[in-house]
Design a protein around this ligand. Sequence first.
Ligand SMILES: Nc1ncnc2c1ncn2[C@@H]1O[C@H](COP(=O)(O)OP(=O)(O)OP(=O)(O)O)[C@@H](O)[C@H]1O
Ligand SMILES: [Mg+2]
Length: 219
Amino acid sequence: MIITIAHTKGGVGKSLISFHLAVAMGAAVIDLDFQRTIIINNEMRVNNGKRSIAVLQTKTMQDLIKLRNHNIKNTGTDKEKNFIIDVGGFDSDVNRVAIAIADLIIVPANDKTNDIIGLHQFKQIIEEIEESTNLKLQPMLLINNVSPMTKDFISLETFVERNKNFKLLKSILRTRADYYKALETGTGITELKESKAKKEFKKFIKEVKKEVKNGQKKD
Ligand SMILES: Nc1ncnc2c1ncn2[C@@H]1O[C@H](COP(=O)(O)OP(=O)(O)OP(=O)(O)O)[C@@H](O)[C@H]1O
Ligand SMILES: [Mg+2]
């Protein structure tokens, strides 16, 4: 299974979500971000005596396609591996391939005006990938880093309503200090004691697994 966490907008939570998801799922991470966030998170993890997560240095389009073919060949067998691709907050050919080969594309998004503008730009990239590959993509919007008080997300709901190729995940990850505090020691949120952040993240993982299963049924 390949889960790509993508958004051309910076600072939406791609790396934070990639790391916590990788620890929780025992997945390998492909860090496509030149800031090497996940590699550094993992170094902190090892320095704090925790078992390293696999961080791959796959950097070329050919490598990504090879990975995809390997996974397709081994689907449903115990050789099938879970990969999480942390795409950097920019547009590039490699990042587009990372989106095209994903079983699931997760797009962290906030409900702030500038984030909605950013989503429109990302949507255009998705459409260009669809045109050049003939694939039908369905990016899943994940509401992330929103106030624990906010109840309605009309701007994001309207975006999804108007852009039917996007889908809104039910899970919401709110702004919780536990996520970045855990990162200081390279700890996954699911490795900590119960907290609101952990509860929300576990719900998100459950939904991710369900979406992947649904996607496989359709193939
Ligand atoms: N749910 C959340 N709760 C609290 N802090 C969050 C949450 N999501 C993201 N953040 C914080 O927002 C900042 C940006 O997150 P992150 O680095 O993961 O974004 P990114 O999308 O990977 O950015 P870039 O595009 O630059 O790679 C970080 O300081 C992170 O700790
Ligand atoms: Mg990042």
